[in-house]
Design a protein around this ligand. Structure first.
Ligand code: ACM
Ligand code: ZN
Length: 532
C-alpha cells in the first residue's frame, strides 16, 4: 500500500513538473536558454527555405503539421511577416559536427544548421516545441537551442524475416527514427524463416524463400503450428522507395544479408548452396538456430552471394553492408567434404577459421566495390576481417575486443538494447525472454569503461535490435520500442554529463502525449510504475 502511495505521489510530482515545463525535448539538447513570450504559428506563417535540401526539411515539418494539426504552411524563398527560416551553413570545417542553432523569438523562428543533417535535426527539436494539444494556432516558446550529437551512429534495427512488415510500416518506423534524431536503419532482410528481398538473378529466393508453410504457436518450441502459409517480400522498386524515403529523412539504410548462417530460406530456394549430404531444407516455421548454412567449400556459394550483393549494392548507397555472421553452427561444415577440403587447401586450423575465411572473402569483394562490412561479434572468432566493423550483441566483450584491435564498433548488447526483451517483470504478451526496463536502457553507456580514450573513439555509437519472433503485428513493435527508443535516443545524442534520469522522467511525460498524437502504441509499464 505504502509503495503504491509513493508511486502515486511520485507520478503527481512528475506530471506537475511536465505540465509547467515550456521546453521539453528528448533527446536533451546540449544547450537550452529559455526566452520570453511565444512565436505563434498560424496558417499564414511562412516557411522560408531556399536550398533544395532545406526545402526537404521544411516538407518534413509541413507533413508533420498536416498529419497532427491538420494544416500546412507555404514554403517560399522570401521572408515576410512572421516567418520560420531554415538555412544551412554548409560548414567546411572538418569534420562537420551536425550542429544546429534554433532561435525562437516572438517575431521569427530561425534555424541554422552546419550541415543539412543538422538543419533536419533542428526541425525535430522545433516539432517538440509544438503544443501537445491539437490547435490551429500553435504557440512555440521563445528559446535558443544550440545542439549537436554525441555519437555518429544512432541506430534502430528491424527484423522483417521472422515477421514481415509492409512498406507503409517500414516508412512509419523510419519516421520514428527521424523524430528521435537517429540516423541509421538496419534492415534485417534475410532469415531462416523468410528471404524478403527480390533478387532478379535468383527469382526462386522470393518465389520459394519468401514463404513458410506455417508458424509455431506460442513460445519456442511451441504448442503447435498454425499451418497458415506466411509470405512477404519487397520488390526492388519498393526497396528504392524506402531508401529514398529514408534518405530524405537523413537516415542511412544498412541492409543485412545474413551469411553463412540464418540462410535456410536461401538454401530451400537453391539447394546447391548447402553442404553436400545435408538437407532437405525448409523455410523454417519455428525460431532458434539451424544447422543448414551456406557451404563454405563451394565456389558456387561465393558466386551466388556476390551476385546477390551486386544487386544489393545497386539499391543501397550505404557505405556499410551488414553480412550477419552470427549463430552459424559448424555441424554441417564438420562433415562436409567440400568444406574440409577448403580447410586443408587454405591451411586453416578449424571451422572457426573457415568462417573467418568466408567473411574475409566477402569483405574483400565488397571492399573492391568501395563498401565496408559490418558483422555480428562472432566474426571475431577465427580472426577478424581486416576492415570489418563489429556489432557487439552478446554483451560488450566483442565490442571491447574489436576496439582494442583498432576496429570500429557499434554497440548493441542484449543486456541494454534488445527491445525484444520485456519492459515489465511480468509481461502478459509473448516475448523472447529477458527483462529490460526503461531505466536500464537510459543507464546505458556505449563506451565501455575497459577502453582507454583512444580505443573509445572506435565506438561509433549504439543501436537497439528489434527481433520479431514474437512481434507478429505493427502495434506490437510500437509497444516494444516505446518508450525505450526515447531513452536510447538520449543515450546516443545528449552529452554524457547531461544524462539525468530524474530530469528525463518529466520530459518523458510530454513524450507520452506525443506518442498519443502520433497514434502510436506504447508500453505503459513505466507510466504506471509497473516496471520495478
Ligand atoms: C543476434 O541477436 N543473433 C545478433
Ligand atoms: Zn560444405
Amino acid at each position: 500500500m505504502l509503495k503504491h502511495l509513493a508511486t502515486f505521489l511520485f507520478l503527481i510530482v512528475i506530471s506537475f513538473t511536465a505540465c509547467c515545463q515550456r521546453v521539453s525535448i528528448i533527446p536533451q539538447p546540449v544547450s537550452v536558454k529559455e526566452g520570453k513570450g511565444d512565436f505563434v504559428i498560424s496558417q499564414k506563417t511562412i516557411i522560408s527555405a531556399i536550398d533544395k535540401e532545406d526545402v526537404k526539411s521544411a516538407n518534413f515539418f509541413n507533413d508533420y503539421l498536416f498529419k497532427i494539426y491538420g494544416f500546412k504552411l507555404p514554403v517560399n524563398k522570401q521572408k515576410s511577416g512572421k516567418f520560420i527560416e531554415i538555412s544551412t551553413r554548409k560548414s567546411t570545417r572538418a569534420p562537420a559536427t551536425d550542429r544546429y542553432t534554433l532561435t525562437v523569438t516572438p517575431n521569427a523562428i530561425r534555424l541554422v544548421g552546419d550541415t543539412y543533417n543538422a538543419s533536419f535535426y533542428g526541425i525535430q527539436s522545433l516539432i517538440q516545441l509544438l503544443p501537445v494539444q491539437v490547435s490551429s494556432s500553435l504557440a512555440v516558446p521563445a528559446v535558443t537551442i544550440v545542439d549537436s550529437p554525441r555519437f555518429a551512429y544512432r541506430g534502430m534495427h528491424l527484423d522483417v524475416g521472422r515477421h514481415f512488415f509492409p512498406v507503409s510500416f517500414v516508412k512509419k518506423y523510419i519516421d520514428y527514427i527521424a523524430l528521435h534524431k537517429m540516423n541509421y536503419f538496419h534492415w534485417h532482410l534475410t532469415e531462416d524463416q523468410g528471404w524478403r528481398m527480390e533478387i532478379k538473378k535468383y527469382p526462386k529466393l522470393t518465389e520459394i524463400g519468401a514463404c513458410r508453410n506455417g508458424t509455431i504457436i506460442g513460445h519456442h518450441p511451441g504448442i503447435g503450428n498454425d499451418s497458415i502459409r506466411y509470405c512477404g517480400f519487397y520488390t526492388q522498386d519498393e526497396i528504392k522507395e524506402v531508401v529514398k524515403y529514408a534518405t530524405d529523412r537523413r537516415i542511412t539504410v544498412i541492409p543485412e544479408i545474413e551469411m553463412p548462417g540464418h540462410a535456410e530460406a536461401a538454401l530451400t530456394s537453391y539447394p546447391f548452396l548447402g553442404c553436400p549430404g545435408t538437407g532437405p531444407y525448409q523455410v523454417q516455421q519455428g525460431w532458434g538456430v539451424f544447422n543448414n548454412v551456406f557451404c563454405a567449400g563451394k565456389d558456387s556459394t561465393f558466386q551466388f552471394i556476390q551476385d546477390v550483393l551486386d544487386e544489393v549494392l545497386t539499391l543501397f548507397p550505404s557505405q556499410y553492408i551488414h553480412i550477419g555472421g552470427d549463430e552459424s553452427p559448424k555441424t554441417n561444415w564438420k562433415i562436409c567434404p567440400r568444406c574440409q577440403a577448403r580447410i586443408k587447401e587454405q591451411g586453416l586450423k578449424d571451422e572457426h577459421e573457415l568462417q573467418s575465411y568466408f567473411i574475409q572473402r566477402i569483405e574483400k569483394y565488397l571492399n573492391g566495390k568501395g563498401r565496408q562490412i559490418i558483422g555480428w561479434d562472432e566474426i571475431l572468432e577465427g580472426g577478424l576481417a581486416p576492415n570489418a566493423t563489429v556489432m557487439s550483441w552478446r554483451g560488450e566483450e566483442g565490442g571491447i575486443a574489436a576496439a582494442k584491435q583498432n576496429h570500429k564498433v557499434i554497440m548493441t548488447p542484449a543486456t541494454y538494447v534488445y527491445f525484444d526483451h520485456s519492459q515489465v517483470q511480468k509481461e502478459d504478451s509473448l516475448h523472447i525472454g529477458g527483462y529490460l526496463p526503461l531505466e536500464k536502457v537510459y543507464s546505458y553507456e556505449p563506451v565501455p569503461k575497459e577502453l582507454n580514450e583512444e580505443q573509445g573513439k572506435y565506438v561509433l555509437g549504439a543501436q537497439a535490435n528489434v527481433w520479431t519472433e514474437y512481434m507478429p503485428y505493427e502495434s506490437k513493435i510500437e509497444y516494444m520500442v516505446f518508450p525505450r527508443m526515447s531513452a536510447l535516443s538520449e543515450v546516443l545524442w545528449s552529452p554524457k554529463e547531461a544524462r539525468n534520469w530524474s530530469n528525463f522522467q518529466p520530459r518523458l511525460q510530454n513524450q507520452f502525449k506525443r506518442y498519443d498524437l502520433w497514434k502510436a502504441n506504447y508500453s505503459k509499464a513505466f507510466l504506471e510504475g509497473k516496471d520495478k
